[in-house]
Ligand binder design. Structure first.
Ligand code: ZN
Length: 470
């Protein structure tokens, strides 16, 4: 998708009444499947109501046909105009009420008097309508007819999953996930869906080998990721990095929220990317989107979140003002390029793990410290060796160690090569057969890439999409 195509997708998906379950979710997954044609097959999972998932239970399925409110002066609202008018998961009602009886069921945002708020009641049965505060203020006393034509009944929870296999790599994977449960709001979260879909299209079109399997998840918020985690407990160990993408298109600089572990490979890489691209980094906290599930202590996955503004901090958030005009095409495009760059760099920046991580290995007897002759001849070479040993934890990539140490990537690479030669370090990526990748002249380089440090920054020369800061 180009920016134009992402906008077309959002326009098509905007009117659908999404929730955590129901036909609006399925119709959205159908649109995503269409956009992913030729890239990956979107598998649609249907999990029955009542299924136990971690500490939760898959709820009843909710569907909206139409909701209307009529008063003494005629029609007050109609869900056909805006599906935010219905409390998501509202039970069906057909009632005649006075305004005072109606009031407890009407939701507004007084601070945003023109906007219709987005409200949900997934896990406590209730009925309700949402309207602008100005409309509420203008309602005369009298009799009102409420018709909420919904169904809340045993059914299924639907989510979508697609996999782009690695073309040259191991069984490890990178996760891109986004929530699909919000009805007619553009930034939260059609922008996230469009960004993940478009990033997958671009990543699949790249010529370089893909070193990690890429897994895409399109999930209803919270209950969807809880359901996926329940069904994939055995698989989560393969996740080397992940991004929850949400709120991807409001006109604000990018924000990366660290994983709970704070210092994983994706955290380190995204911190560098944010510095290069003018974004900001915030620490993990237990509120937000599905990172709360992926980072819960039992899973504790290396999954951070990429957004623009932080949810809840902009006035349009969770209201009808989060419309298609609120999403800025240039910003959405920037989010897509950040995702593509993150995935590409994660696969190309070398990382090592120490094979002798308990205490410092004795370097002198291996000719790696204070040696006469051999490859390690200067103090700075020795420092490069010590930095590589200290930070080869499988998470820190050479550019991370370069940034901390002030030592150029090239020197660190030479140290890494010497340490690999001494069986003290192993490159993180292995080929599918489980063999260590071939070393050329003792130097491990990911296939298809030529790499060089310029000004202490790691760049690749292939593909054009990855390069120095712009
Ligand atoms: Zn939201």
């Amino acid at each position: 998708m180009t920016a134009h195509a992402m906008r077309r997708f959002m326009e098509e998906a905007f009117p659908l009444c999404r929730s955590i379950t129901g036909d609006g979710v399925r119709a959205t997954l159908d649109l995503i499947a269409e956009e992913l044609k030729g890239v990956a097959e979107l598998e649609r999972h249907e999990v029955p109501t009542g299924s136990p998932v971690l500490d939760w239970t898959v709820p009843k399925e909710w569907n909206l046909r139409r909701a209307t409110l009529d008063g003494p002066d005629g029609r007050v609202l109609d869900s056909d105009d805006c599906n935010l008018h219905v409390l998501s998961y509202s039970t069906p009602v057909d009632l005649e009420l006075t305004l005072d009886e109606l009031r407890p069921h009407l939701f507004t945002v007084p601070d945003q008097p023109d906007a219709v708020p987005y409200r949900t009641s997934y896990y406590r049965e209730a009925w309700g309508l949402c309207l602008s505060h100005n409309t509420l203020e203008s309602l005369p006393d009298g009799t009102y007819q409420v018709k909420i034509d919904t169904t809340l009944a045993p059914g299924h929870l639907s989510y979508g999953e697609a996999v782009l296999p690695a073309t040259d790599g191991d069984a490890d994977e990178i996760l891109l996930t986004t929530h699909i449960c919000h009805p007619s709001m553009a930034n939260d979260n059609l922008s996230g869906i469009a960004a993940v879909t478009e990033a997958a299209r671009r990543l699949s079109a790249r010529v370089e080998p893909r070193r990690h399997r890429l897994r895409l998840l399109f999930l209803p918020g919270a209950i969807g990721s809880i359901t996926w985690l329940e069904r994939n407990r055995a698989r989560v160990g393969a996740i080397r990095a992940g991004l929850v993408v949400a709120g991807a298109g409001d006109p604000a600089p990018a924000t990366y929220k660290r994983s709970r572990r704070a210092n994983t490979g994706i955290d380190l890489l995204m911190s560098r990317l944010m510095t290069e691209r003018g974004g900001s980094v915030i620490d993990y906290y237990p509120y937000g989107y599905d990172e709360r599930q992926f980072c819960s202590p039992g899973f504790n996955l290396p999954v951070g979140r990429l957004s623009r503004s932080i949810h809840g901090t902009y006035p349009e958030y969770h209201t009808s003002a989060d419309n298609l005009d609120f999403v800025d095409d240039t910003t959405l495009e920037d989010t897509v390029s950040l995702i593509v760059e993150a995935v590409t760099r994660f696969g190309s920046e070398p990382r090592y793990r120490s094979l002798a991580p308990h205490g410092e290995p004795q370097l002198g007897r291996r000719g790696l410290y204070g040696a006469v002759g051999g490859a390690i001849t200067t103090k700075s070479d020795e420092m490069a060796v010590l930095w590589m040993l200290a930070y080869s934890d499988g998470e820190h990539a050479l550019p991370d160690i370069a940034a901390m140490s002030g030592i150029e990537v090239e020197s660190l690479q030479s140290a890494a090569d010497a340490l690999v030669g001494a069986d003290l370090l192993a490159p993180m990526s292995v080929t599918r057969s489980g063999q260590q990748p071939p070393r050329a002249a003792g130097i491990y380089r990911p296939a298809g890439h030529s790499q060089a440090a310029r000004g202490g920054r790691w760049v690749t020369s292939v593909g054009g999409g990855v390069g120095p800061a712009q």
